[in-house]
Design a protein around this ligand. Sequence first.
Ligand code: MCN
Ligand code: SMO
Length: 785
Amino acid sequence: DSHHSTFTAKPQGVGARIPRKEDARHLHGKGNFIGNMSMPGLSEVAFLRSPLAHARITRVKVSPEAEGHVFLRSSMPDAKDIVANSTLPTYQASGQPPLAHDKVRFVGEPVAMTFAATRAEAEDLAELVDVDYDELPVYVDIEGAEAATENFVHDHWKDNVFVTLNANTNFDELSAKAEVVVKREIDLSRQCMLPMEGIAVLAYWDNQVNQLVIYTATQVPHLIRTGLSEFLDLPQEQIRVISPDVGGGFGYKCILQQEELCVAWLAKTYKRPFRYLEDRREHLIAGANTREHHYEMTAYADKQGKLLALDAKVTINGGAYSVWPFTVGLETGQALGNLPGPYAFRGYRCQTRCVATNKPGFLPYRGVARTGVCFAIELLLDAVAREVGREAWEVRLDNLVQPEQMPYVNVTNKHLDSGDYPASLRRALEMIDVNAVRERQQRGEPDGRLIGLGVATYTEQSAHGTSVFAAWGTPVIPGFDQAAVKLTPDGGAELRVGVHSHGQGMETTFAQIANEILGIDVNRIRLVHGDTGQTPYSSGTYASRSLVMSGGAVSTACKQLVPRIKKIGAHLLEASVDDVVLEDGFVKAGDRQVPMSQICNAWYVNPQHLPADVDPAGLEISVGYRPKVDTGSFTYCSQAAVVAVDPNTGAIEILDYVVVEDCGRMINPLVVEGQTIGGIAQGIGTALYEEMPYDDQGQPLASTLADYIMPGATEVPNIRIDHFETLSPHTEFGAKGMGEGGAIAPPAVIFGAVNDALKDYGVEFTRTPLSPHRLLDALADAGRS
Ligand code: MCN
Ligand code: SMO
């Protein structure tokens, strides 16, 4: 049908399903991670962390044996507190000191720093620091934080609210016409991010160039440099940030971490190498968390379940500090703007706010607010469908933006660029075979388990541009991106980008883009990324932006080199430049051709033979790129799942999971599928397993992976994927970003399926994770177990 692409890819070009170049080194244990690095005279750093969630520090005593190896905030007067500013009107900024001094605001907040030859010795030194605390009231939950009238998380604030945002479009007028009103409260619990590698930073001083060199596991090397420059008071050219292999980012590594600032300060001050590696326990206790959203949702619909208006109040538990550079405004603004998702209703009233509590700071995590808003609106639509007595997908098909409405500007002014949303849902239903599932449900399972079917459709706003970051109030982020392309004297190519690939496969996909245009073998194309000393300035990797933005820049740069290559090739072929083409890595005139290696040799090694009007800029170029419309590309996707619920044990098994996604032209379908499956695995974690619990004093109750459950291979089913390829009119190749998408829908899909399985039991779940004990408790409450 028309949604499936008939495009045929070149063997290594755009669209080719080739294996990832980067896999070989990782599969052979040859990755270059900070934990593996060694350096003469390297000291290992440890932190003494707060045992309390909210308390004043009244006295710090360092025992004499540790003197000279222990650092407090007062030891670092030349470092500034990390302050993430925002242009959003109601925003209250938080100052995050590199080390806590006047008070602590969450359990695990660093209070003192030590170093020694080994980590164990550094930790022993930290034991020699004695801190007295005066306890303050602890804010754990949203309600408690909002109710506070004094002793706020930040002393100078007027309440515990970081920011409040409001939207109201045609709400009164359209909600008044509703025949059906459905309300739900929906919660996404707080969770960790658990990349395989935690925070990792090694810094030293390079005397030759008088420069601080910092290796850090980051998604955003250029932004880290900008941040370090500001908070360490060093000019940018005196800082080089290198992000080598990174063991997963997922958002955890797109901010400036205070540990990065501290280790960089040590290197700047002592002019020798220092390293800090976050361990698993530190990550679970003190690493920034994500996802804690509370929704109060009201749908106003007609008798068929067609939405007229939506009323929503969204509150986010933002933890103690607003992260640099995104601030909590990112999550809050994205929730406000993306809650309508793929739906066409025109009445919207929404308030989103983010409150400060005594928990670790709040970070964007794969999917960012879109996982929460998808969960909220999809569960609400399931409830509407039940209310009007229709199937969940029938109601969705009526509410989705229809293909003839595209491009569609929705109620929050999102420019949905292209696609056929209902067709993706219909295809997902066909793949999962709805009728067969309903028959099976009717028949019942021999083992007594209950079968349920869930569906969800979402949009993934990706590759947000300059104007979107401005709307989220984050002044530090330019939003555009750049690339430099250099052909080598022997006919290979180097692509330099300031984004960072830490599992997304860009070393392969960006080479495919260059191969598409220049025809150079992908194994002769090297991606240089994640080093401020070698790459153009960049907003970095997050928000599924790298392909559209940096990939767009690579494409533009390669295209601009083509006439220069042809000019040299035409000379070598003694042909007119108008008569030659660049094809498969050769400049061709009729049946004569000259390979790229000879063209590069002519320019770099034997330029004396070339005509004088060959562009002296040569075979190297740097370009900037902004898509034609910079409000983001809108990938969309429908997912469906069948689950089996055991009402005796509370166990949930995912029997089938299907995906129909449309990210425009896929540069590499294999990479797109890998990204999708990885995201879904994380989404299954959000849905069924992951939760960071705290007691009422803000003590984290899961400090090891025995207490914090995440899905393993056995919890992730075989995922079947189909692709539509509707090209974006705004981007190079019509590609749209998709790296987060997988993680957006699973909570909505799985909860929809479990609620469907239990629809005759009088229970409905609206809070993640859906653990066996929650399921059994609910059945017991309903008198059904
Ligand atoms: N791609 C493609 N065709 C498309 C779209 C994307 O072939 N139409 C390919 C790209 O070329 C790239 C990959 O898919 O190789 C992802 O591209 P993109 O959607 O631009 O996303 P980013 O590269 O900007 O990656 C960021 C995104 C985010 S925000 C999170 S969070 C996340 C994710 O990627 N973190 C990840 N995927 C991850 N995957 C791994 N392994 N590790 C992480 O930390
Ligand atoms: S959470 Mo992804 O780094 O936008």
